[in-house]
Design a binder for this molecule. Structure first.
Ligand code: OMP
Length: 276
């Protein structure tokens, strides 16, 4: 997907919501377990009921890989379903890959070439040769882990070098390998106190911001400094939306939660317009 198409979709829907399909066999409604492919059936219902409120779906590959070959099939069916029925919606393979160059090239080929995701999350720890193969694909985004939402971010990312935080050094280096049209950065919603600093460093890149909902991140706090002239953010919530209910009406309840977040986003955007 081209960046301008993503931006157009955000403006059209007054939404920068990404719904995380962290689909877990142990958490989906029990009545779906008799279906041929319960994971895909669940995803399809969630996508059908929520697509008008969101601009992206993030498939966390761990949930699918943990089921072996069957899980890979459910993942492919899910991304195919989105691409075919909602081609304007941005797809994210949350795979957190990255390896020596020739191996990263294979990861890029599988997620961009074979599976046809619009983007993939990449762990940049191994440096430029591990990231560049992903950047070679046209109209695809490489989403670099910048500052993550988890407690373990303290262990390395929030340590300081002589110059700055490790995560700032990481973002600064990575931003030179690509550009705002092929690279985004993950910044956890639970780390909103660092967003202003990150925005000063990379004012134009899209930020993927997970951690609103189950992890307690605050949408308003995040938006204070993260929004840019193109809106420039994608905010993900997974469990708080997709597991809103485990009854027959699970898809309707998920849509209600998605709508609540989308309404909050719309209000933030309209307040911003009025103040500008
Ligand atoms: P919920 O906490 O259920 O909304 O899910 C958050 C999703 O975002 C999960 O798929 C996580 O793997 C992912 N995530 C984080 O929670 N924190 C991060 O720093 C980065 C990610 C990610 O890369 O998406």
């Amino acid at each position: 997907m081209k960046p301008e198409d993503l931006i157009a979709q955000i403006n059209k829907k007054d939404s920068f919501l990404c719904i995380g399909l962290d689909t877990d066999m142990n958490k989906i409604p029990k009545f779906l377990l008799s279906e041929d492919d319960p994971i895909f059936s669940f995803n399809k219902s969630i996508i059908d009921s929520t697509n008008k409120y969101c601009i992206a779906y993030k498939i966390n590959t761990a949930f699918y890989e943990s089921l072996g070959a069957k899980g890979w099939t459910s993942m492919q069916k899910t991304v195919d379903y989105i691409n075919k029925n909602f081609p304007q919606i941005f797809t994210i393979a949350d795979a957190k890959r990255g390896d020596i160059g020739n191996t990263s090239k294979m990861y890029a080929k599988s997620f961009f070439g074979e599976m046809n995701f619009d983007s993939i999350t990449v762990n940049p720890y191994m440096g430029s040769d591990s990231v560049k193969p992903f950047l070679e694909f046209e109209n695809k985004f490489t989403i670099i882990l910048g500052l993550t939402s988890n407690i373990g971010a303290d262990d390395i990312q929030l340590k300081t070098t002589n110059n700055d935080f490790v995560f700032m050094e990481m973002i600064k280096s990575c931003s030179l390998w690509g550009n705002q049209n092929n690279m985004m950065f993950v910044v956890g919603a639970t780390k909103s106190e660092y967003i202003e600093k990150i925005r000063n460093l990379i004012p134009n890149h899209f930020l993927l911001i997970p951690g609103v909902g189950a992890q307690g991140g605050d949408l308003k706090e995040v938006c204070k400094f993260a929004l840019n002239d193109n809106i420039g953010i994608i905010v993900n919530s997974s469990r708080s939306i997709i597991y809103a209910s485990v009854d027959e009406n699970f898809a309707i309840e998920a849509a209600k939660q998605a709508m609540i977040l989308q309404n909050e986003m719309k209000a933030i955007l309209s307040e911003r317009k009025q103040n500008s």
